[in-house]
Design a protein around this ligand. Structure first.
Ligand code: ATP
Length: 232
């Protein structure tokens, strides 16, 4: 049996004082986000309605509590109002997502991130005033489309129309200083970093000379960065 909920306010209050985040909804998205935060030293209070999920994450997050996040009183008992950052990772149950966000906004949480399952859901969250609305499935679909299309080894669109692409160093860059390649004027991109064999990533500058087999990080307008990643 889980041992949480009733007397967890003090613990959550302590967590809230640390570099911490509350994650509400511990499905695939919420739990992987919560575990990644923990892995990088951020304390996490996890909340879910589902007893099995709470049990499964017990001991892997700073604290895990089974509660209904649409109930303001329950959230106050957990001292959620003392957290600076809360992630609402409830998707399928749109009304639970909206109610939870509305309660959190009413509490004055400074930064709320919420997951939306579609544009309509996202629009409502934005209209409510949620600070960051994320669309994991839509964004991942777009990202994978770019990977499937081309030679990019990885791809992140930093903002609409501007991307960071991981690719193999093309022949046009090999054996000369990056500063002498005319890269920016010819292709409209910048090489931000490179990696050689088992070495770690290094920042690239005008004096960097790439070798065959190097991996590079290309930064620039999405289409330019992507076209550049196709070069052999
Ligand atoms: P994922 O894709 O991340 O697995 P999903 O899109 O299927 O999630 P949901 O199943 O709607 O999203 O919600 C994710 C989690 O949120 C579930 O584990 C669910 O139990 C939890 N959840 C839903 N409603 C509430 C609520 N009112 N209070 C607390 N947790 C909730």
């Amino acid at each position: 049996m889980a041992r949480f909920s009733l007397f967890s306010g003090d613990t959550s209050r302590r967590i809230a004082e640390a570099d911490s985040v509350a994650v509400i909804g511990l499905g695939r998205f919420g739990s992987s986000l919560a575990l990644e935060l923990m892995a990088h030293g951020t304390e996490v209070l996890g909340i879910d309605l589902d007893e099995d999920l709470v049990q499964a994450l017990n001991g892997r997050l700073t604290q895990v509590v089974r509660t209904d996040s649409t109930k303001e009183e329950a959230l106050r008992q957990l001292a959620i109002d003392e957290f600076d950052r809360v992630v609402v990772a409830i998707g399928d149950d749109i009304s639970a997502s909206i109610l939870t966000c509305s309660v959190l906004l009413g509490m004055g949480i400074p930064v709320i991130w919420a997951k939306a399952v579609d544009d309509r859901h996202g629009l409502i969250l934005e209209q409510l005033g949620v600070h960051h609305v994320i669309y994991p499935e839509k964004d991942m679909g777009r990202r994978v489309a770019h990977l499937v299309r081309g030679a990019a080894l990885d791809y992140i669109e930093v903002d609409r129309g501007y991307a960071l692409v991981k690719a193999s160093a093309p022949a046009v860059l090999l054996g000369k200083r990056l500063g002498d390649t005319g890269l920016r004027s010819a292709y409209g991109v910048t090489i931000a970093a490179f990696k050689r064999d088992a070495e770690s990533w290094k920042n690239a500058d005008a004096d960097t000379i790439l070798e065959s087999g190097d991996t590079i990080l290309v930064v620039g307008p999405t289409s330019s960065a992507e076209n550049f990643a196709q070069l052999r």
